[in-house]
Design a protein around this ligand. Structure first.
Ligand SMILES: CC(C)(COP(=O)(O)OP(=O)(O)OC[C@H]1O[C@@H](n2cnc3c(N)ncnc32)[C@H](O)[C@@H]1OP(=O)(O)O)[C@@H](O)C(=O)NCCC(=O)NCCS
Length: 128
């Protein structure tokens, strides 16, 4: 994955798997910050996403992190709602960040979900 101008390799991150691999969350803890690098649920609307986020928050607290943050794309309206309903707040819009990433990874589509041009990274956080 290419995000905030950095390559994130999925074999180098921590993570939790929901029961029978119906959901996976990955994260990186660096100092007092925990970044959620991916969250995927194969059976939506059954509590898997919330359970995985809760596990990350628990782990981050145990590791004495001060904040948990994540980047999502400007087209992902579902994720923007999902995280805000879980207490995450918008803290930054990195304008054009995905356009920049596309120069390095040209397979990133021009149009994302909801038929929205894929351009910006949106940062959300929750303070612990
Ligand atoms: C975002 C995502 C991870 C959410 O996962 P999920 O498993 O559907 O999440 P949950 O089931 O825990 O919660 C989703 C909704 O279902 C509701 N829900 C949970 N269990 C429920 C149940 N038993 N009955 C009815 N509703 C339920 C939750 O309250 C939540 O509602 P809300 O967001 O409107 O408040 C999932 O949609 C996904 O994989 N999206 C694609 C990848 C992505 O965008 N990832 C995030 C960007 S990093």
């Amino acid at each position: 994955m290419f995000v905030h101008n950095e390559i994130i390799r999925y074999d180098e991150v921590d993570g939790f798997v929901y029961d029978d691999w119906t959901g996976v969350v990955t994260f990186i803890i660096k100092g007092q910050e925990c970044e959620i690098t991916s969250l995927n649920s194969l059976l939506e609307g059954k509590g898997i996403g919330i359970a995985l986020i809760d596990e990350v928050l628990r782990e981050a607290k145990e590791m004495k992190c001060r904040r948990v943050f994540l980047i999502t794309s400007n087209d992902n309206l579902h994720a923007l709602g999902f995280y805000q309903r879980r207490g995450f707040e918008l803290v930054a819009v990195h304008r054009g960040a995905i356009n920049e990433s596309r120069k390095i990874k040209p397979t990133i589509p021009l149009i994302g979900e909801n038929n929205i041009p894929l351009r910006d990274e949106i940062e959300l956080e929750i303070l612990l």
